[in-house]
Design a protein. Structure first.
Length: 168
């Protein structure tokens, strides 16, 4: 199988299922991992799922991704709003990244509306609970497919659709 997709989870995500279930739901991180790995398998992607409450662990894993991982799906938790260091690590590795959040960060406290990661992401998925991880795997599969065959993607974008009406 090809290089894995790292799915990195930041602080307090180890408490899923018991931490603020009205915000984060009742699924555990293991439940999220199982769902994510199952979708990865369906899409032909190997998933390497990790969690740490320590910023330096996330940075080390991101740095190690260079040349080792096909992409990164990142839920940096509260580090999303505070960590320039994680953003710098992401910028340094040049690996495609999809940002994911269980809750809709834009419907929450104002300080959560800013993400240091978003400018580096191919896209962000938020507000769909654990389903966001499944959507992130689908997005990453599409990103990696485009990277494999950029000419096909580019020509599909340049070629206008043909008219279905016949000329008289």
């Amino acid at each position: 199988m090809a290089a894995p997709v790292l799915v990195l989870n930041g602080p307090n995500l180890n408490l899923l299922g018991t931490r603020e279930p009205e915000v984060y739901g009742t699924e555990t991180l293991r439940d999220v991992q199982a769902k994510t790995e199952a979708r990865g398998k369906e899409r032909g992607l190997s998933i390497d799922f990790r969690q740490s409450n320590a910023e330096h662990d996330l940075i080390d894993w991101i740095q190690a991704a260079r040349g080792e991982a096909a992409g990164i799906i990142l839920n940096a938790g509260a580090f999303t709003h505070t960590s320039v260091a994680i953003a710098d690590a992401l910028a340094a590795v040049a690996v495609p990244m999809v940002e994911v959040h269980l809750s809709n960060i834009f419907r929450r406290e104002h300080f959560r509306h800013h993400s240091h990661m978003s400018r580096l992401a191919e896209g962000m998925i938020c507000g769909f609970g654990s389903e966001g991880y499944v959507l992130a795997v689908d997005a990453m599969a599409s990103i990696l497919a485009r990277k494999k065959n950029p000419a096909a993607t580019a020509s599909a974008k340049r070629t206008p659709p043909r008219s279905r009406t016949k000329k008289k």
